[in-house]
Design a protein around this ligand. Structure first.
Ligand code: ATP
Ligand code: MG
Length: 319
């Protein structure tokens, strides 16, 4: 429904009353987006196309550095995740489905990995997620915090040597076999930063992550990091990630911490996503650069069998 705001009204006056509007129109929720000229679009979803799990997308035939199809948008369109030329932070409570975003992204990049245009470097401090597909990462896999710090420092070195070579020649990166896109995937980044009790390691890791996220994108080094707790103390480099995804969160205050001010008012109800995995795991909200209105999405579920098949088809010898 399209409505025109009265003179003197602000979007917030409407956004603060989405519950009332939903009930008034017999819906279960209401989302607000600004059209222009003081007009708003109110959306009352009647059914939920994301209510059942989505199977993994077939591995693409062509090598591409993305955007990677990793799920579905609420409007039925594919959800494409940009990884090259940005950094992505995925926040969600335990069981929210962070793993499904990581694996869906990796899966879609495999042909490009085989073609030598992408390298995936995996940091797995909880040892529970990426270890399952370890053979996909070859030597670029670390779980021990010291090894993680070394791997991150290596990524910084790649970045710096490229920056020195590219300086004055080009301002953005095109993936080639000589200079592939390096995607540094970090599961539960707070284990390496906030919860890391070795102070020196914590300092090294935080510095490397901050360096990669501030300087990596123009030279083809990207970070895809998952995080359970988005509080500032836990993740003070949060704002260095241009793209953020909010999966199920424990508290309503955490939504704006992830997606930015006003995101929850505009309908990113990440704290209301069902904790039942079949209904809510992998469901989340994103904000695209082009619009302040959050988009509801669901990632595909890459099963253990899918990962096994990926390893069989694309695994490398670890050495
Ligand atoms: N996209 C999805 N669709 C359907 N079910 C999913 C999806 N992602 C995950 N699940 C289910 O939810 C469970 C938890 O998911 P996952 O391990 O990815 O959560 P997580 O956010 O990484 O949690 P943790 O912080 O504890 O590691 C999975 O074992 C799976 O059963
Ligand atoms: Mg996990």
């Amino acid at each position: 429904m399209t409505v025109r705001m009265l003179s003197g009204q602000a979007v917030k006056d409407w956004a603060d009353r989405t519950d009332n509007l939903a009930r008034g129109f017999g819906g279960s929720s209401c989302r607000i987006s600004v059209i222009e000229g003081g007009r708003l679009q109110l959306t009352f979803p009647r059914s939920d196309p994301l209510a059942t799990p989505l199977p993994a997308v077939p591995i693409p035939d062509a090598a591409s550095v993305g955007p990677v199809e990793i799920g579905k948008q609420e409007d039925g369109q594919p959800w494409l995740l940009k990884v090259h030329g940005t950094h992505v932070l995925v926040a969600g409570a335990t069981g929210a489905g962070k793993g499904s975003i990581i694996w869906s992204a990796i899966r879609g990049l495999l042909p490009a990995v085989r073609a030598g245009l992408v390298e995936i470097w995996a940091l797995d401090p909880k040892l529970m997620e990426l270890s399952f597909g370890r053979a996909l990462f070859g030597t670029r896999y670390a779980a021990d915090p010291g090894d993680c710090a070394d791997l991150l420092d290596d990524a910084v070195k790649v970045m710096q040597s490229r920056a020195a070579r590219f300086a004055g020649h080009r301002r953005s990166h095109t993936p080639t076999v000589e200079d592939p896109f390096v995607l540094v995937v970090v599961d539960e980044v707070a284990f390496l930063t906030a919860y890391q009790h070795d102070k020196e390691l914590r300092r090294r890791i935080s510095a490397a992550l901050a360096t990669l996220t501030t300087q990596g994108r123009a030279v083809g080094v990207g970070v895809l990091a998952a995080l359970q707790d988005p509080r500032k103390e836990v993740m003070n480099i949060r704002n260095l990630f241009p793209d953020k995804i909010a999966l199920r969160l424990d508290e309503s205050e955490q939504v704006d911490m992830v997606l930015g001010d006003g995101a929850r008012d505009r309908g990113a109800l990440a704290d209301q996503i069902s904790p039942r995995p079949e209904v809510g795991a992998g469901v989340g909200y994103v904000r695209l650069e082009t619009s302040p209105d959050p988009l509801r999405v669901r990632a595909t579920y890459v099963s253990d069998d899918d990962i096994r098949d990926m390893v069989t088809a694309y695994g490398k010898e670890a050495h």
